[in-house]
Each structure stands twice: as structure tokens, then as C-alpha cells.
Design a protein around this ligand. Structure first.
Ligand code: MN
Length: 230
């Protein structure tokens, strides 16, 4: 699967490297620090769905904290190896999964929405995939909406590609890293933590999820599906 092609949207710093260059050149892994990617649109671009104030807090404070957290976990693990002391490895590994998943999901979330989004997918492969896996595009919307609204406490709704059976799935992540289906590639994610919507929607998570479909970025999903199936 084309994970290298997916990395640029995930905030890997990788300055000067072409996607896939390391694999193609056989030069091996070149791990980089995780970095906060800029929002792909101005902070007021989704006004009407989410205010600039919500996006600023969510991106500049919440997402930034997960980037710091995953880099700290990586550093803490290096420190443990250097000292030969793994007494704290269980907790650090949990921090790695929580913050790393939080960083990846937020990077996908900004791109899962677009001021030009909404409607039905234009891409034939994505549309066919949604019909094959959910009966129809509307069938997907109903399933994804219900799952996102039902996510317990702090959670995510996720449209994912599963390669073993070549199908699309709706998953829910509790916290950031719980209830995963390993190997699935997330295509579209909807953050249903209260910090994503509370300043505008208060306790009305259902209204926020229903409006998410007005900005859903089908183009991004289609690009990721094509890369994941390549
Ligand atoms: Mn969030």
C-alpha cells in the first residue's frame, strides 16, 4: 500500500525528500520529528459550520499538544534504551499510541473538510466503493453519521479502507487509539470530542455531525483510496 504517498498529509517534516524516495533509493528509514501541519485553508473558511475561534483553538492548542506528546514519547523511549531502563515502557508506549494517533487523526481531520466540500463524490472509484460497501452514498452517510453520534465520550467517526477484503468500513475510535482495526487506512475522519464542536453546538453533537456532510472532502478521500489501493 502507498503509505509513503500518504505521509505528506500527515505532517511528517521530511524536508527536501520526495515521497517514496527512501524506498525507491533503498537507503532505508530516515525517521523525522513529527510536525504540526498548517491548516489547509484560512481559519474562517468553514464559517457557518465551524467558527475561526474553534479552528484556532483546536489546531493551535489541541493538535499542537499531540505533536509535542508523540515527539516526547519517542524521546522517552530513546532515553529508556540508552539507560537500559524499561521500567516506564508500558506508560510511554500508551503515550505513543494516544498522541501519535491523535496527531494522525487531526492531520486527516483538517483535510476531511473543505469549503468546496459536500454533495456526492465525483470520483467514480470512490462512489462505486461506497455503493459496494454501504449500498449507496446515502447509506454511507446514515451509517457514518449514526456511528459518529454514538461514539462514547471522546471519539472519532472514521471511513476506512480495509485491504484484506478490499472494502470500505465505518469505524469508531474511542479516545484516539482504541477500537482500531489494524491495517485499515483512514480516508475521512470526524472528530466528535467536545472540543471540536462545543463552542458552537454545545451538547448538540448530532447537529454538528449532520452538518459535517456539508463540508466533507470527497476529493481527499478519493486520493487516499487510490493511494491505499495502489
Ligand atoms: Mn480534536
Amino acid at each position: 500500500m502507498g503509505f509513503a504517498a500518504l505521509a505528506p498529509a500527515l505532517g511528517a517534516s521530511g524536508a527536501g525528500q520526495e515521497p517514496g524516495a527512501a524506498a525507491a533509493g533503498g537507503t532505508g528509514l530516515q525517521p523525522t520529528e513529527y510536525a504540526l501541519p498548517p491548516l489547509p485553508y484560512p481559519k474562517d473558511a468553514l464559517d457557518g459550520f465551524l467558527s475561526a475561534e474553534i479552528l484556532e483553538l483546536h489546531h493551535d492548542k489541541h493538535h499542537a499538544a499531540y505533536v509535542q506528546g508523540v515527539n516526547k514519547a519517542i524521546a522517552d523511549l530513546a532515553d529508556a534504551r540508552a539507560k537500559g531502563n524499561f521500567d516506564a515502557v508500558k506508560g510511554i508506549t500508551r503515550n505513543l499510541a494516544f498522541n501519535g494517533s491523535g496527531h494522525v487523526l487531526h492531520s486527516l481531520y483538517w483535510n476531511s473538510m473543505s469549503p468546496k466540500g459536500g454533495g456526492d463524490p465525483a470520483d467514480a472509484a470512490l462512489k462505486q466503493g461506497l455503493e459496494a460497501s454501504f449500498g449507496s452514498v446515502d447509506g454511507f452517510r446514515k451509517h457514518f453519521g449514526a456511528a459518529s453520534k454514538a461514539g462514547e465520550a471522546s471519539a472519532w467517526g472514521i471511513l476506512a479502507y480495509e485491504a484484506v477484503a478490499d472494502r470500505l468500513l465505518v469505524l469508531v475510535a474511542e479516545s484516539h487509539q482504541q477500537m482500531g482495526f489494524h491495517g485499515c487506512v483512514p480516508l475521512i475522519v470526524c472528530d466528535v470530542w467536545e472540543h471540536a464542536y462545543y463552542l458552537k453546538y454545545q451538547n448538540r453533537r448530532a447537529d454538528y455531525v449532520d452538518k459535517f456532510f456539508d463540508v466533507i472532502n470527497w476529493k481527499f478521500a478519493a486520493e487516499r483510496l487510490a493511494a491505499a489501493r495502489a
